[in-house]
Design a protein around this ligand. Sequence first.
Ligand SMILES: Cc1cc2nc3c(=O)[nH]c(=O)nc-3n(C[C@H](O)[C@H](O)[C@H](O)COP(=O)(O)OP(=O)(O)OC[C@H]3O[C@@H](n4cnc5c(N)ncnc54)[C@H](O)[C@@H]3O)c2cc1C
Length: 480
Amino acid sequence: MAKRSVFISGGGPAGLAAALLFDQLGWDEIVLAERRPSPSDFEKNKSFNYLVDRRGLRILERLGIADRMYQCGVDTTNFTATTIAPDGSVHTRVVPIIDPDRPTCFWTTRRALLTMLYCAIEEKGSERLRVLYGHGVAGIERSDDGRVSVKVENPAGDIEAFAPDLILACDGLNSAIRAALIEQSETPAGFFDMIAGDSISTGLRYKVLNLPSQFTAAGGKVAVNDNRMSYIIPSRHKDRRKACALYAFPVVDPSHPRSVNLIREGDHELWTLKSGEELLAWMEDSFPQLDVRALVSREEADDFVGLEAGAFPAPQYARNLHIALGPDSAKTQVLLIGDAAHAFPPDLGLGVNAALQDLDILAKEIDQAGSIEQAATRYAKMRWPEARDLVWVVEKTFPEQYNHRPLRLKLWALGFFGRWGLHKLAPGLFDKPAFLLSQDPDMPYGEMKRRKLRTDFRFRALVGGIAAILTAGLATLTFS
Ligand SMILES: Cc1cc2nc3c(=O)[nH]c(=O)nc-3n(C[C@H](O)[C@H](O)[C@H](O)COP(=O)(O)OP(=O)(O)OC[C@H]3O[C@@H](n4cnc5c(N)ncnc54)[C@H](O)[C@@H]3O)c2cc1C
């Protein structure tokens, strides 16, 4: 394949990994534009914890940087968590809804993953590759003969133009490239619309709070000091609008603050707090097991209140992932990758893995195809049904986990353990529960969907059958 130029919009996990990939592929010119001002500028409200599994690791292996996950993440197979209850009691358990046989995954943070990828780019020092921070993609421009260029606003506010052979939209859910594609004359109506599903976790609001790397709880009796451990700190309240739990996931650096996500519905009282002082008082009331004022500074509390809460998106995927624009003599291929192609709430922790998996599939198609147009077409053909089924799997599998609908969570748990028990009794008839299937990094999402639908049907038929027999038995007893 002739070597060409690629423009990458967005320097999130997908964008940075794509830059490394095209450098490895030997392309002549690789330009990545990222609107954040610098590689060390991380949006505070995006201090997410990621669990990178084999879906995400494959492209890192190809890039020769998978081993670096041991430096930027905590390797794990199961999920062990220590719960510190409001009364100070402590329980450490292996969470039973995680498949103990899954291959090694890595707990990391968005910050650590982006830093690792950026450092790998820096170390390569490739002259062909330019990463432009503080550069916001502003749209797509056409010359008189229809040639395509990407408009980018630089830090001085000037517009620069790039005319590549391939554009990768790695700029997230609100992709500027996808928005610009919709306006192109070649784009049929609705071609890049997002097809959105419905999930009870959609719209949940979240903010991130930083706790110290190590601290004590329960009046100094419990040390929260194991960086490889997950800690769960539930509040003393049960009411849906008051209850909350702090989840601190493993971090590789023992001196790194523990960032905890607070995820609740829009009508939760957390979102009504107006000052740092109100937050501290609310936390003292909710978490008697914590010495709140020793853990959260007034500054951190003010920061937290000042942050705008994020909201989980609806599970959604783009109606198409690829288009070729411009005259035949100078076609530009445009592909959607990562959240620009498919986005959803983080219920199954699949977002970053799916984004990296997109690149792995694209890399394989480029290896096999004779031209970039062929590779782009094949990527879209392969990946689109998977994006659709992935979104379906996320929507249907475990949106109850945030416990914002306690009854739904209890029903989910009944269904989960019921299906698991049946699977153990009759594996040929009943598959594992979908949440366990979603932990298998080798299973295509289409297969997961097929198995979930089949097991759900059989499970409901069995439960319905047992209920009918019991009702009939009861009726017979009553009338005899
Ligand atoms: C609260 C929350 C928790 C999550 N937890 C998990 C989890 O546990 N596990 C998991 O796998 N996934 C999780 N995700 C999802 C995960 O963060 C995304 O799926 C993943 O980041 C997608 O990577 P990406 O590179 O495609 O897009 P993004 O990470 O969104 O990166 C896009 C990049 O493009 C830049 N950009 C945007 N517009 C422009 C523009 N016009 N010009 C230039 N640059 C631009 C942005 O600044 C950003 O750096 C979570 C998401 C949320 C909201």
